[in-house]
Design a protein around this ligand. Sequence first.
Ligand code: PLP
Length: 384
Amino acid sequence: MSLARAPATLAELHEAGLYRRRRVCDGVGHERVVDGRRCVVFCDNGYLGLAEHPAVADAFVAAAKRYGVGSGGSHLVSGHTPEHHALEEELAAFVGRPRALLFSSGYLANLGIVAALARRGETVVEDRLNHASLLDAAAVAGAKLVRYRHADAGAADERLGATGARLLVTDGVFSMDGDLAPLAGLAAVAARRNTTLVVDDAHGFGVLGDGGRGSLERLELGANEVPVLMATLGKALGSFGAFVAGDEALIETLIQRARSYIYTTAPPAAVAAATRAALRLLSSEAWRRSRVAELVDRFRSGAQQLGLALAPSETPIQPVVLGDARAAVEASEELLQAGFLVTAIRPPTVPAGTARLRVTLSAAHTEEQVDALLDALGRAVPAR
Ligand SMILES: *Cc1c(COP(=O)(O)O)cnc(C)c1O
């Protein structure tokens, strides 16, 4: 797009209800001041309330004093500190794999995985609703992207058969819908087709499974079924960055070949230290997972009584699909007036005609807040 066309393009986005704008959110946790108005946040990814935990902030501050604020270089040059190294070992132990590798963000981790495992011109098979970073990763790798019908292992099998692809990639929990991928089915298909299954568990990690190990724990799958496991640290863990876990060969391949690992500054040591503190809380405070699960149940039964269209999701991601982008924006505006931040998610983030309010719940919410949100939704959203 040339810059000369920008004003017309921006006007079109406005017209279609697809214009995106940022809000200034002040404060920490789920009660914040948004554009000057006090409100309860029901759309962030802090499912366990760890971002605002004092122990996490203390670890961050102590490490910033010891190592400075920036890391000063990439992992391969001078940026890999004892905090990063210990965090990698702790993450590997937590998910039960030989090794883990930190990336500066989930977006970069996904670019790195696909670029390291698929060669230029090869085919990568992905769920149609995979996170944008996984879809972009195929393009960056110069690979051919072939998508299959959402959460359909049979459709994935057909695509693998037709293309001979060696890489099958899926979200564990779909970020805009909250549903789980059929990982057992996909793993069986991948094994039969001699294909590597990659799972991005950004939204399952920390939340699902008795131990919080994510979608794989929830579905009782291990490294044999899913050799490449990626998860982000900026969601349930309340920190920042991402990791990939797997065997020695995988991790060494990423270190040698993932350009998004090699050519970017390592996350600050303070972020790694804060993440270690959050991981300890994740392991020791199982109540956070039960708590958010209780609130999910409460939200779902309340929404059902209101006649809202709910998605088949057992996770803290509970989208209320409205369809039309403008309707979703209006409902979101009305919720904000009532003191709740729930952003409207519109195309191209979600398919056309499925604009939604992406409600997310957290262990940090109270029952009263959930009930008040339901009240406000009852007024802002027309029943089905
Ligand atoms: C958030 C997210 C990412 C990107 O992670 P960042 O650390 O925010 O870059 C990747 N995949 C999924 C499924 C996500 O939800």
